[in-house]
Design a protein around this ligand. Structure first.
Ligand SMILES: *[C@@H]1O[C@H](CO)[C@@H](O)[C@H](O)[C@H]1NC(C)=O
Ligand SMILES: *[C@@H]1O[C@H](CO)[C@@H](O)[C@H](O)[C@H]1NC(C)=O
Ligand SMILES: *[C@@H]1O[C@H](CO)[C@@H](O)[C@H](O)[C@H]1NC(C)=O
Length: 423
């Protein structure tokens, strides 16, 4: 996985001093309590915090006000003709007022809002944040033969919204390097299975406009009307962030021919036929908070075995609720289910491939977003959910639910059965 902090420091010391993309004003990351749970010791509080994605930060000319990116998110060609010059010219400023970006924490609770109102003007901020460990690297969750659990309040997420909690195989240090001294402490290094192009790759200028790919495990993509969890394995070797460089690898048309399974093998109860399971006043009642448990079971029930099954449980009002039963008896993600619901999953490595990343360690990302291109119909409309084609439009949400928000709390992980209890 990622280079360690010590190795990066040693590398920097061995080289002559060169200018690097400098760290500007300090960051003040909101603390977010999380818990690590074992049968032996119970749940132990971790000294974790969150950081908002580097792309939300002000990255600008040193001693100047010119942004190092243009208004459409490209690198400024004068400041950033190549990565070394870009790093020498640019500085990344810290964020101290997370609330102005739609992010608030309180103890173990994180609330993300899509919009922020200032002076009577509503701005779409759509934050994405990552969990940071006490040593300022990302927390790299290793979840084989383990479970990940959190409480969620989706009651204020209408059709078209997505409050997401998921795992991405980013480098634990955010790609910290001599050209990117800020690293994870400033939210660098994002990647996911969609292989999107961004101006920065591991905090360095992405001058070749490569796509940024990595294994992604969507634990939770949901609103009050629909929910799904979806493994997205990739086929490249070695883990971490992979830069795709050709249409064949990056698959810009989205035909699922590249290095990552953009489609994935999703479990959305509604899409799989269980229409009365998840939603307003249904079996999992989204009008009030509930607990989401996700278990990564291996072939030999050890942390080194191959991933064989991803199980889901809910807990609400003290009662454990089994996952919906769909497609002739399945209530979890297995290669058998995926063979009936996806044409590609097996070819991208299937559950065993996903499990390699889950075992190596993945970074926890949380976000809130909506979707002007498709109104999030892939999640909650048509065959996937009860929402009609227009009520998920961002303009409709902005007008009717400008305070839309998701709250994730009491995030905990550890031994199977150690993170939750029923009354
Ligand atoms: C969190 O920080 C406190 C105070 O420094 C320390 O006593 C405790 O051991 C830390 N917790 C963990 C899990 O490292
Ligand atoms: C793993 O645990 C399950 C119960 O959760 C059990 O049915 C199975 O036999 C175990 N497999 C092995 C190889 O120990
Ligand atoms: C879609 O749903 C919204 C909100 O319930 C409603 O106002 C609108 O008329 C619906 N549109 C159609 C085409 O049914």
């Amino acid at each position: 996985m990622g280079r360690t902090l010590a190795a990066a420091a040693a590398l920097a010391a061995a080289l002559p001093l060169i200018s690097a993309q400098q760290i500007g004003t300090p960051e003040s990351r909101p603390p977010l309590d999380t818990w690590k749970c074992t049968h032996a010791k119970g749940c132990v509080k971790q000294n974790t915090s969150i950081v908002i994605d580097a792309g939300t930060h002000w990255i600008h000319e040193i001693d100047g006000e010119t942004s190092c990116t243009t208004s459409d998110g490209q690198l400024d060609p004068d400041l950033c003709p190549d990565k070394e010059t870009c790093a020498a010219n640019c500085v990344i400023d810290g964020i101290t007022d997370y609330a102005s970006h739609g992010v608030e924490t309180d103890g173990g609770r994180l609330t993300l809002t899509q919009y922020v109102e200032e002076d009577g003007t509503l701005t779409s901020v759509s934050p994405r944040v990552y969990l940071v460990a006490e040593n300022e690297d990302y927390e790299a969750l290793q979840l084989l033969n383990q479970e990940l659990t959190f409480d969620v309040d989706v009651s204020n997420l209408p059709c078209g919204m997505n409050g997401a909690l998921y795992l991405s195989e980013m480098l634990a240090d955010g790609g910290r390097s001599d050209l990117n001294p800020a690293g994870s402490a400033y939210g660098t290094g994002y990647c996911d299975a969609q292989c999107y192009v961004s101006a920065w790759v591991n905090g360095e200028a992405n001058v070749d406009s490569n796509g940024l790919c990595c294994n992604e495990m969507d634990i939770w993509e949901a609103n009050s009307r629909a929910a799904g969890f979806t493994p997205h394995p990739c086929t490249y070797e070695g883990g971490g962030l992979y830069e795709c460089t050709s249409d064949e690898e990056c698959d810009p048309s989205g035909e699922n021919t590249g290095v990552c399974d953009k489609w994935g093998c999703g479990f959305n109860p509604y899409a799989l036929g269980a229409h009365d399971y998840y939603g307003l006043d249904l079996v999992v009642d989204t009008t009030k908070p509930f607990t989401v448990v996700t278990q990564f079971l291996t072939t030999d029930n050890t942390t080194t075995g191959a991933l064989r099954e991803i199980r889901r449980l809910y807990v609400q009002d003290g009662q454990v609720i089994q996952n919906a039963v769909v497609q002739g008896g399945a209530n979890s993600i297995t290669d058998e289910l995926c063979a009936t619901t996806s044409n590609w999953f097996d070819g991208f490595g299937g559950l065993e491939g996903m499990g390699t990343a889950v075992g190596n360690g993945m970074v926890l990302a949380m976000s809130i977003w909506n979707d002007a291109a498709g109104n999030m119909q892939w999640l909650d409309g048509g065959d996937a959910g009860p929402c009609n084609a227009t009520e998920g439009a961002p303009s409709y949400i902005e007008e009717h639910t400008p305070d839309t928000a998701v709250t994730f709390s009491n995030i905990r992980w550890g031994d199977i059965g150690a993170t939750f209890k029923s009354l």
